[in-house]
Design a protein around this ligand. Sequence first.
Ligand code: FES
Length: 63
Amino acid sequence: MFVCICNALRDRDLAEAAKTDTPTVAEVFRRCGSRPKCGKCLPDVAQMIDEARGLQQVFAAAG
Ligand code: FES
């Protein structure tokens, strides 16, 4: 399933990138070779990070 339409990123791609030692949304996008554009997917990506890493403040670092 596509999570980020702007960058054609699937849930499995983002979830895999979120499993690494990366606490920010921006880093997950970098690991997928892209950058956020419209921002509509950012809450979903942040949730993936939160679920994968147990972090609570991913938005603060997404800047
Ligand atoms: S849907 Fe991800 S940046 Fe637009």
